[in-house]
Structures are given as C-alpha cells and as structure tokens.
Design a protein around this ligand. Structure first.
Ligand code: G
Ligand code: G
Ligand code: MN
Length: 580
C-alpha cells in the first residue's frame, strides 16, 4: 500500500511539476508577443496547439475554435494566403526544414512575419512543425515611410530628385541596350516668384502641389515624373514616338493650363510654363549631362520670353559655356581694373564744332593688343549677374576724372555722354552715386549726359521717371539712346523728361537710299525738334549721309566718318587740334 501511495505521490508531484513548467512556457510564449503554432505531425490528422497571445492578435478567442488550415488562412488577406500556404503549411510535403514569409492579416491589416521549422526523424519522416508569427506592423510602417521619403517628393507625390535621377539613369542604360532614346523635359512655372509674392508661400506651395498632382498622372512604365526644386518639374519619356513624346506632353500641359487651378481658399489661378527638352544620347554622353543640358535650354526658353518650349541645340550650350567663362573673367577684370574707356567725338552739324564725346567701355586683352570681347557681348552678361553695377560706377568715375583732367589742361567746353544700364538706374542709390562722382572731381552737372535706353522704363515706369526728374533737377542731362529700336511709342515720348534723342544707327543707311525710310528719318528729326529735344544722328559713316543730315537740320552728328571711338591719349591729340 505504502508503495502505491508513494507512486501516486510521485506521479502527482511529477504532474504538478509538469503543469507548472507548461504554465511557465505558456506564460513566456505569451509575453514574447509571438504566436506559435505547434503541429504534431505524427498523429493524423496533425494535432495543432496554439501558444502565445492569439486572442489579442486575432481579436477573438481563437482557442475556442477547432483548428484547421482554412481557419488560419481565413485570417489572412486573400492575396497573401497562397504565400502563407506555400511557405508555412506545405513545408513538410516538400521535405524542407524551414521557411519564412511576410503576410497581412485580413481584419486590421497587420503585417505578420512568419517563420516555420520542421523536425524529421532518422528516416526523414516529419515529426513536428513549429510556426512562429510576429507582428511587424510598426517596423513595416516606419520603413514604408522612410522609403516614401527616400523616393518621393512629400509635397506633390512625384519622384524626388535623387530617385528620379536614379530611374532616369536606368532608363538611359536600357535605351543603350535597346538602341533607342530618352527625352527629358524641364517644366518650370513662369514668374513663380511673383505668384508666390502675391498669394503667399503657403498657397504657392498649394499651387505647386496641384500642378504636381496633375503632372503625376503622366507617370507610367515609359514616363517618369519628378520634382527638382520649388517649381521645377522634370518628365522623362522613354523611347519617344507617336503619341508619346515630350512634345505631346507639352501640348497636354498647355491644354490643361488654359483652365485655372483652384486653391482651397477658392482662389482661381492661371499661369504659364516654360520647358527645356534634351534627348539622351544625342544631347549628352551621360544621363547627368543630358539633365544639365535640358536645364540650360530651359533658361533659353525663359530668355525668349517664357510660355514656350526650347529643344536642345549645341549652339545654345556653347554660348552658355562661353558666357560662364566671360562671367569669370569679368569678375577678375573688376578686381584688377581691367577695363579702359574710349571716347567717340560728337560734332554740331551746323558749324562743325566739337560738342563732346560718348564714353565707351572697352575690355583690353592683357596678353595682346586686341580686346577680350565687345561690350555688345559682355554687357548683357554683366547685366544679368549684376556685375554691371560696379563696372558702371567705374565708367562714371573714370570718365569724370578724365574730364577734370582735360578741363584743366585744354579749357575746351564739352559734354560727356555716359551709357547707363537699366540695372544701374534701378538701384536705390543711383542718384547719390552720380552726384558723389561729380563732387569727387568737382565737375559741374551740366557737362554730364546720361544715355539711357527705352528698356529702363519697362519694369517700373513711375520710379524711373522720378529718378530722371531728380537727376535733371541737379542739372544733369539725359539722353534717349538707340531711338527707334524699342517700342518708340510717341505718346510715351511726351511723358519722359529728357534732353536729347539719339536716332539709332541702323536707320541712317537706308534713309539716304530709300525715299520712304528717308521720310521716317526726317519726321523723327522734326518731331524731336518740336518736342524740344536735341537730336543726335548715330552711325554716320559717309559724306552722303553727313550732307543729308545737315540738310535735314539735325543737331549733332556722331559716327566713323567724323571720328571713331579712340583712347584717352588719342582723344587728347584731337583736343589739342581744337585749341584756339
Ligand atoms: O562701343 P560699342 O559699339 O561696341 O558698344 C556696344 C554697346 O555697348 C552699345 O549699345 C553701347 O551703348 C554699350 N556700351 C558701351 N559702353 C558702355 C558702358 O560704359 N556702359 C553701358 N551700360 N553700356 C555701354
Ligand atoms: O548703343 P550705342 O549708341 O551706345 O552704341 C554706340 C556704339 O556704336 C559705339 O560703341 C561705336 O562703336 C558704335 N559706332 C559709332 N559710330 C559708328 C558708325 O559710324 N558705324 C558703326 N557701324 N558703328 C558705330
Ligand atoms: Mn550710346
């Protein structure tokens, strides 16, 4: 009896220990946050044990359901069920030891990472299988978000710069192997800065967003859409042909832009875009080179007046490269005083007396006796990058210094005409700069004439008029240069306060040859006289032109016939000849 009792006690104790240990393992499994499925493959059908926090994960008491495979599969999204079956359930039939997969649960869109391991006996018969399932939703979300940030532009949802470039590179590689091409198109909103200034940054962003979302719809297997910067979008078209090309995309965009974009505050906005297009491999040896060249021709489209498309041309690229080198040299020339002034005489037509000189900038080549390039080329570049302001200040000071020099030496009355860029005139302190230069050399304002062109009136008419009035109030003369080449509206001529009109040199050649041109020239002289302006004829090269102008009672004559632009030293010789 004792023996039996001992055995029972022992069994009870063993049982207790087993139960305790099972409880412990179950607790551990629950706390691990991982779901386990234990398959006993020796019994048929296989016995399944579910361990771990199943109820929490599935949202119902799973332990109450008898397990079968379809139940487990039903918990998963339809499209992920095959994945789970192949990798988890069919392992042992394939004789595999382990497998893994990531699937989504049906109800809450959990992401589950599953791992399965099968154990075999000596004859390679499956004994048991354990599937462990982990909730990786958080990890997945974070990495998706990171992936999104890494590839997409968060404002518009199109590709960001890095990813676009990567995909474009791949496209170019593919184009190489398939012997075709890829077009890339820069699309830039015209005057976006003005739009931003008028509606505010936030709505500006919204406009970019709306436009970006419109462009995003072009995305397809053959078309990539990306955003490079504030309002700069790029579109790549693989193997352009027929209805799929940058040109077709451009026309569709233009069509869309005929209707306004509506913002959340109900503002309706219309705008235009400029486009630059370059094609790989024609427009560059590498993907990056083609991207760069498309951007360069975009600027050309802007220069040409916006709202247009510009295709890559080698000439544009060469000009661009040249401009960059000129820009660099200009900077050096400003620092090293590398400029020089030339002076071209002007004479009164009636008595042939010297009226004065036009001051003309020259850029001598320090390594030769020629010039680096002409003002026609370098002044527009200097105007674009602002270098014209220090250059213009140099011209003004140097001219007045020279004048002062000549005045004390030769006592000949004369007027100095100095060309003024619109960029300089627009500067806040322009009037101060001029009067400061005058007082620096003690030159009286009456001898200084500022030559401006019609372009100064384009941006802020009222402002410029005010400045000109102030300058004239100081006694400085103002002359309208290149008359006849701009918009030359007669009504506005009445409104601008000037002293002199210079008729552009392009008119004189035909004026003497052809009657109707002659009539126009004559009427300009007459009109100018009636408005009380002095009139200068520019570009007079022949005796015939000279006689014609004298007959038509022009006031002043300037041109190669009477004297080319010459250096300070040369001009002094001319002054000496003028001395009484
Ligand atoms: O001298 P030349 O014909 O190369 O001059 C070409 C153009 O450059 C002309 O339109 C002339 O007005 C302009 N220009 C010459 N010198 C100056 C200057 O000192 N300042 C500005 N702004 N333009 C100049
Ligand atoms: O645009 P602006 O008027 O500033 O241009 C003046 C330039 O015109 C000077 O730089 C000078 O080189 C050029 N010029 C002056 N006289 C003549 C001329 O008789 N014929 C030609 N072709 N150019 C001239
Ligand atoms: Mn001039």
């Amino acid at each position: 009896m004792d023996d039996l009792k001992y055995q029972v006690d022992l069994l009870t104790a063993l049982n207790e220990r087993l139960m305790k240990s099972e409880k412990m393992y179950r607790r551990i499994a629950e706390c691990s946050g991982t779901l386990f499925m234990y398959f006993d493959l020796k019994s048929s059908p296989a016995k399944v044990d579910l361990v771990g926090p199943w109820d929490d994960m599935v949202g119902e008491k799973i332990a109450n359901h008898p397990y079968d495979e379809s139940y487990m599969l039903n918990l998963l999204l339809d499209e992920d069920q095959d994945e789970f079956r192949i990798h988890m359930l069919e392992l042992e039939r394939e004789g595999l030891e382990s497998g893994s997969c990531e699937v989504r649960s049906r109800n809450k869109r959990y992401w589950l990472s599953c791992f399965a391991k099968v154990t075999y006996d000596d004859e390679h018969r499956p004994i048991e299988k354990i599937i462990s399932i982990k909730d990786i939703t958080k990890i997945k979300m974070n990495s998706e978000e990171l992936e999104y940030l890494a590839f997409y532009d968060s404002l518009t949802g199109v590709y960001n710069r890095n990813y676009f470039v990567r995909k474009f590179r791949d496209m170019c590689e593919l184009a190489d192997s398939e012997e075709t091409s890829v077009e890339i198109m820069f699309v830039d909103i015209d005057d976006f800065k003005k739009i931003n200034d008028s509606i505010g940054l936030l709505f500006g962003d919204e406009l970019v967003q709306e436009f970006g979302q419109y462009l995003k719809d072009f995305n397809s297997d053959d078309i990539l859409v990306g955003r490079f910067g504030s309002d700069v979008f790029v579109i790549a078209v693989y193997n352009p042909c027929g209805q799929r090309s940058a040109d077709v995309v451009y026309r569709k965009i233009k069509e869309r832009l005929r209707h306004p974009f509506v913002l959340t505050n109900k503002t309706e906005l219309m705008f235009t875009v400029s486009c630059g297009v370059a094609e790989y491999p024609d427009a560059g040896r590498t993907a990056l080179e083609v991207i760069k060249n498309a951007e360069i021709v975009l600027y050309k489209a802007k220069e040409r007046g916006k709202n247009g498309i510009q295709y890559f041309e080698l000439e544009i690229l060469n000009k661009f490269i040249n401009n960059i080198s000129v820009e660099k040299q200009l900077k050096e020339a400003i620092e090293t005083n590398g400029f020089q002034l030339y002076y071209q005489p002007q004479y009164y037509a009636s008595d042939g007396k010297l009226r004065g000189a036009e001051v003309l900038l020259r850029w001598p080549d320090p390594e030769g006796d020629g010039f680096i390039t002409s003002p026609d080329e370098f002044i527009p570049i200097a105007e674009k990058n602002g270098a014209i302001v220090p250059i213009g200040n140099f011209v003004l000071k140097e001219a007045l210094k020279t004048f002062n020099d000549w005045r004390t030496k030769y006592h000949i009355p004369m007027i100095l005409s100095v060309n003024i860029s619109a960029v300089s005139l627009e500067k806040e302190n322009f009037v101060d700069t001029v009067s400061h230069a005058l007082s620096l050399y003690g030159v009286s304002p009456e001898v200084l004439e500022l030559e401006i062109t019609e372009s100064v009136f384009i941006n802020n008419f009222e402002d410029v008029i005010d400045k000109i009035k102030t300058l004239r109030g100081l006694g400085i003369r103002v002359s309208l240069d290149d008359f006849g080449t701009g918009f030359s509206s007669l009504s506005y001529l009445r409104q601008i306060p000037i002293d002199t009109i210079k008729i552009d040199r392009s008119f004189i050649e035909t004026a003497v040859k052809d009657d109707s041109s002659g009539i126009i020239y004559e009427s300009v002289i007459e009109m100018s006289k009636k408005l009380g302006f002095e009139t200068v004829a520019e570009g007079v090269e022949t005796r015939e032109q000279f006689n014609y102008l004298r007959e038509k009672k022009i006031d002043i004559i300037q041109g190669f016939l009477l004297g080319r632009p010459i250096s300070k030293v040369e001009f002094e010789k001319l002054l000496i000849r003028q001395m009484p």
